[in-house]
Design a binder for this molecule. Structure first.
Ligand code: SF4
Length: 245
């Protein structure tokens, strides 16, 4: 899959990594994004040994009038509403996501036991910034994680954790009751804190896949980092927005 256009230019390198990571869920072998200054700046900030003039000269672009076997699909990012992917149970013939993405404002009241922010697609610096945005708002309102909910955040790497510490997010998370986990794959692969223990438990998670049993026997909804963090304070699945808390 190839991503491009004005919408892509509004996404950070972190967000583009998530986009490409998830291309496999569309049966694509990989995902690639058009290169632009956002990417070059990101590379330059992390890989000082690179000759950026050379890197820019090596970039390739789609041919004029290129044909794509899967067609060209236009997505207006301004029309996207917050969604979740439903938990499923293939053993009982329930597909993992019967609606291919349900709008949060249409799923009713879904109480949660676990909110989990982490994994390679939702433990990046941008993602941690999203969790911090919600946690800061919660702190200013005098809120802590809702009683009965465990909110875990697992950093995607040591570098991400260092950034969180330096920006004060790490302490902010502790202040509002988040349970922090050192970097790793963690609950995404059914390992460590954040994994459900019973079939009745409900999780809202920013990990990337919710195959039955992957992260414990419970019901796992996939959602964005903003939704996961908001839900941790409200106790049921809620999208972030004005007056969300
Ligand atoms: S187990 Fe999860 S967090 Fe780890 S690499 Fe795979 S998808 Fe990413």
């Amino acid at each position: 899959m190839e991503f491009g256009g004005p919408g892509l230019k509004s996404l950070s390198a972190d967000e583009r990594a998530t986009l490409c990571n998830m291309a496999t869920e569309c049966s694509a072998r990989t995902g690639i994004c058009e290169a632009d200054d956002i990417l070059y700046d990101w590379m330059e900030g992390r890989m000082s040994h690179l000759d950026m003039t050379e890197q820019r000269s090596r970039a390739i672009e789609p041919d004029e009038g290129a044909e794509y076997h899967g067609g060209v699909h236009h997505i207006d990012l301004s029309t996207i509403r917050p969604m979740v992917a439903h938990p499923g149970n293939p053993d009982e013939g329930i597909p993992s996501d019967p609606t291919n993405g349900a709008y949060i404002d249409e799923i009713g009241d879904v109480s949660i036991d676990i909110a989990y922010g982490g994994s390679c697609t939702a433990g990046k610096i941008d993602d941690i910034a999203y969790y911090a945005r919600v946690c800061q708002a919660a702190k200013e309102r005098g809120l802590t994680v809702r009683e009965g909910v465990d909110f875990y955040i697992q950093y995607g790497s040591g570098i991400v954790k260092d950034v969180a510490v330096s920006k004060g997010w790490h302490q902010l998370f502790l202040d509002v009751g988040v349970k922090l986990i050192d970097p790793g794959c963690g609950a995404c692969i059914g390992a460590g804190p954040g994994v459900s223990m019973t079939p009745e438990q409900v999780t809202v998670s920013a990990i990337n896949r919710n195959f039955q049993g992957r992260s414990g026997p419970g019901k796992l909804y996939l959602a964005s980092p903003l939704t996961v963090a908001t839900s941790a304070f409200t106790g049921s699945i809620r999208a972030w927005g004005l007056n969300a808390l």
